[in-house]
Design a protein around this ligand. Sequence first.
Ligand SMILES: Cc1ncc(COP(=O)(O)O)c(C=O)c1O
Length: 397
Amino acid sequence: MIPRRLAQKEKGEWALLQKWMAESDASATAFLQEWEQKLAAYIGVPDVAAVSSGRQALRLILEHLGVGAGDELIVPAYTLGEMLPFVASLGVTLVPADIDPESMNITPETVAHRLTGKTRAILALHIFGVPCDIQGIRALADHHGVKVIEDCAHSLGARVQGRPTGSFGDASFFSFEITKMINTYGGGLVASSTRPLVDAARAFNNSEPPGYTTLENKMQGVRLEESFFRRRLMYLPLFMLASPAWQPLMNRLYRSSQQKQKKREQYSDVQARLGLIKLAHLEERTALRQERIALMNSLLHEDIRPQQVREGDSASGYFYVVRLPVKAAAVRRRLLFRGIDAGAGNEIMDHCAAQLGYTDCPGIDTVFEHALALPMYDGIKEKDCEQVILTLNKVLA
Ligand SMILES: Cc1ncc(COP(=O)(O)O)c(C=O)c1O
């Protein structure tokens, strides 16, 4: 089977992690400091602070920017729905901005449509690693005295007119979850030119208990998933995920096994040490993903629309998502019968406009049930990419 994604992994990294965990003091910070310096230089901001997750990073940013009770935060109509309840619990009113069906991103126009006197900030996501028009959104926000927070959970490695995402907002955050561009078995990052915000995030991380429980749990999760794939046991859960009766339960189980941090813990020096190795290859890996995506785009039937990248921008290649002329759920079932794992509906991202009770977002309505996430991961072979697209074209014909 060709999986839709794989944990991003270096050769022999589990043995290294075990060794480092055994020999290092859990509260050491030497690699952490180097990791933060290298990431700040890569992103192009003066300073960054690593924390335990992307969500934690967002919480710290909102707190520091003073986004709270009585304020409105504009969020993408298409994003991770699990983030919304916790932001709403801060007393913030969430208002969805619609997406452009071609890029699947929010735009200055859809954001402008949602601005009110109460808008305090805009959460601008570069969805699936394709940059949104962050310069346009920044200009609009500046004009209205509103803050911009960049959600770069998918976009490490992506560039806007040559400049990395994450340096345009008042603050930005990244994720180092297992399928993200750099996997350090969980973790997040606050990046900003505002030093006190980064200092507060670093102080928060230092105040959390040291330990490796989350890292070990996530390593075990990946090991289990890999052994399921090797023994072809993955077909059962994937067919359940593709079945309308089982999908909601299976998707909930999958998300909670992958993303929830079960215990409060610092982002550790050991995770940073692994991150440093991976950051050194990021450009090369991103270039390879872009090559594979270009190949798949060139083979797609003309009725299938790949996600559009604006001229002069480059995507990270985090996910490869296309929009079909028909609903995606039935197509992904047929692909699975042919040995190709793909994602549809809320396995890709959530319809947050609907989640927030809004019915005036035609862009997300156009995309949500028609989007299909096809296999994309480090080292995906050219022949597998060809097989995926030729099979998809055939299934649709
Ligand atoms: C769009 C988006 N934002 C934020 C996050 C949160 O990152 P984390 O899982 O590290 O909390 C994710 C995670 O997948 C995401 O997809």
